[in-house]
Structure formats: C-alpha cells, structure tokens
Design a protein around this ligand. Structure first.
Ligand SMILES: [Fe+2]
Length: 188
C-alpha cells in the first residue's frame, strides 16, 4: 500500500525548504516531490534509495546533504572572499536536482535498480522538466540539467558549481564507505 503524503508531511522530510525566502518556490518544490513520488514505484518516500552504488542511503537524506553541503561551500566563499550568490536559486536547485531519481530507480527485493525510465531518460531531465513546467527560472532549470556528468552542459554559475561539488562529495563519501568505485575513479 503506497503511503500518501500531505504537503506538510513532505515539508517535514525536507526541513531545509524553510530556508527558501520565496515561499511560492518552496510550495512548488514540495509539490514536485509529491508528484514524482506518486509516479514512482516506491511505497514510502523515505525508502527511496539514492543510488545502488550507495546501498541503503536515502534519496531524501542525500538531497538534504546536498543543500547543507552547498550552503557550506557558499558560506566559505562569502566569508573569506566576499562573493555572494542567490541562495534561493541554490536551495531550490539542491532540493530539486535529484527528484527525478525517485522515478529513475525502482525498488527490488534487495535494494534498488535503474528502471526503464532511468535507462532512457538522461539523469536530471525529469527534474528540469518539472521545474520548467512550474515556472522556475532558467537559472534553476539550467542547474538541474547540468548537475550530472551525463550532461553535455556544465554548471556556469556559483549556485550550480556549489551544488555540483556538494553532490559529488556526498556521492563519493557513500561510495567510499560502501567500498564501491568512486566518481573520482573515472578521472584516473
Ligand atoms: Fe545528487
């Protein structure tokens, strides 16, 4: 039986949504998560895996880690170099970047595997589609498209770079802890 969530219950899973000054964006972010979850094969949003190469790591928790990690990076940039960025663009992008994964991966008896949509849609596309459809600006949509190594585009903003490196760091932490191949190994 698939668990149903109110928007308030989704907000409780992503407490960093409260950092968004643009409350209309916050509502849209939470609604997108609920819509993608409904479309997914998972019966509980918290049970969705982030990646089979990071066994047991929750997609929700990875998403939160990216928000906090990226904010840490831009905090240092601002404190030591005086460079600022649009934190609403950053937080919204971090919250939405992997929402597509809840549909791209499907549960199996012993974990998760990439489903047919994950095989045929480039990672990030569905996140960008939802964001574009809901009226998020190009600054956000372009980050969702470029946040993955699968993309021919790379991030061209402080917000996009902060998400990219926070995302890669969290990915390799969990791959390392699980004894799996690192994203860094691809550069060897
Ligand atoms: Fe991610």
């Amino acid at each position: 039986m698939k668990k149903q969530y109110s928007i308030e219950e989704v907000a409780a899973l992503f407490p960093e949504e409260a950092l968004l000054k643009n409350r209309a964006w916050a509502k849209k972010v939470l609604e997108i998560w609920n819509e993608a979850y409904q479309r997914s094969k998972w019966d509980d949003m918290t049970e969705a895996w982030y990646n089979p190469l990071a066994p047991g790591i929750s997609l929700v928790t990875h998403t939160r880690a990216c928000v906090l990690g990226a904010l840490g990076l831009v905090d240092v940039l601002e404190k030591l170099f005086g460079e600022t960025c649009d934190r609403d663009v950053l937080v919204a992008s971090c919250l939405l970047h992997d929402v597509c994964k809840i549909v791209e991966y499907e549960p199996t008896p012993d974990g998760a595997h990439k489903g047919s949509l994950g095989e045929t849609y480039q990672h990030g596309f569905l996140s960008a589609f939802y964001a574009e459809r809901e009226g998020f600006p190009e600054e956000v949509v372009s980050i969702l498209i470029s946040h993955t190594g699968e993309s021919r585009k790379i991030p061209r903003s402080i917000e996009g770079l902060a998400l990219y490196y926070a995302d890669v760091a969290d990915a390799d932490f969990h791959r390392f802890l699980a004894g799996r191949e690192l994203l860094l190994d691809k550069h060897k």
